[in-house]
Design a protein around this ligand. Sequence first.
Ligand SMILES: Nc1ncnc2c1ncn2[C@@H]1O[C@H](COP(=O)(O)OP(=O)(O)OP(=O)(O)O)[C@@H](O)[C@H]1O
Ligand SMILES: O=C(O)c1ccc[n+]([C@@H]2O[C@H](COP(=O)([O-])O)[C@@H](O)[C@H]2O)c1
Length: 200
Amino acid sequence: MVEQRVRRIGVFGGTFDPPHLGHLVAASEAAFECRLEEVVFVPAGDPWQKAHIKVTDAAARLEMTRLAIGSDPLFRISTCDIDREGATYAVDTVADVRGEYEGEVELFFIIGADSLENLHTWHRVGELVNAVKFIALNRPGHSRSEVDTSFGIEVEFIDMPAVDLSSTECRQRVADGQPLRYLVPDAVAAFIADRGLYRG
Ligand SMILES: Nc1ncnc2c1ncn2[C@@H]1O[C@H](COP(=O)(O)OP(=O)(O)OP(=O)(O)O)[C@@H](O)[C@H]1O
Ligand SMILES: O=C(O)c1ccc[n+]([C@@H]2O[C@H](COP(=O)([O-])O)[C@@H](O)[C@H]2O)c1
C-alpha cells in the first residue's frame, strides 16, 4: 500500500490593508525554511483587535491581496474569514482552511513577531495552539525573548531578511503623497491609486 504524504500548508492571516513586501517575503521565507507546499493568504473579515482604527472594506483588501500574490504558484487565497460572519478568530480560520483540503494536512500558522507577542489575548488560544504549529518571523523592534511560550505553543522561528515596513507606514505614505513604489507590488500600488485609498 502506498503511504499518503501529509501535506504541509502555511496559513497566513492578516488584515492586509494593504499587503506589502514584508508579507510576501515572510510567506516566501516561511515556505522555503519549513518546506511548505502552499501558503494560504487569508484576509481577515473583521479584525476585532483593530476595531479602534479605520480598516478598508474587505472586498478591497481581498482584491489587493489577490493582486499582491499575482500568479505565484506557491500562494493562494482563502476567503473563509471574509465569508464568515462576526469577529475574525484564528481558531476558526484554521478549522475552515483545514476543511478546504481532502485528507490529512499539517497546518502552520505564519505570524510576525509582533503578533506572536499578543497571542495570549487571542480567542480560545488553547484550542488554537493545539490545532497548529506556528512559524514566527522576525520583525524590526520585536525580539524572540518577549514571546511567552509557556502555554504549550509549538513555534519555529525563522530569520527572514528584515523588512522594516508595515501597512500603517504604507497608508501614511499615501496620505503624505509619498510613493509606494517597490514597497508594495506595482499592481497593488495601481489599485490604491485608482481607488483613491488612504488619501486621508
Ligand atoms: N514587515 C514584516 N515583517 C514580518 N512580519 C510581518 C511584517 N508585516 C506584517 N507582518 C506579519 O504579517 C501578519 C499580518 O500583518 P498585518 O496585515 O496586520 O500587517 P501590518 O503591517 O502589521 O499592518 P498594520 O501596520 O496595519 O498593523 C502579522 O502576523 C504580522 O506580524
Ligand atoms: O483569534 C484571535 O482572537 C485573533 C486576534 C488578533 C489577530 N488574529 C489573527 O492574526 C492575523 C494577523 O492579524 P492582524 O490584525 O495583525 O492583521 C489574522 O489572521 C487575524 O485574524 C486573531
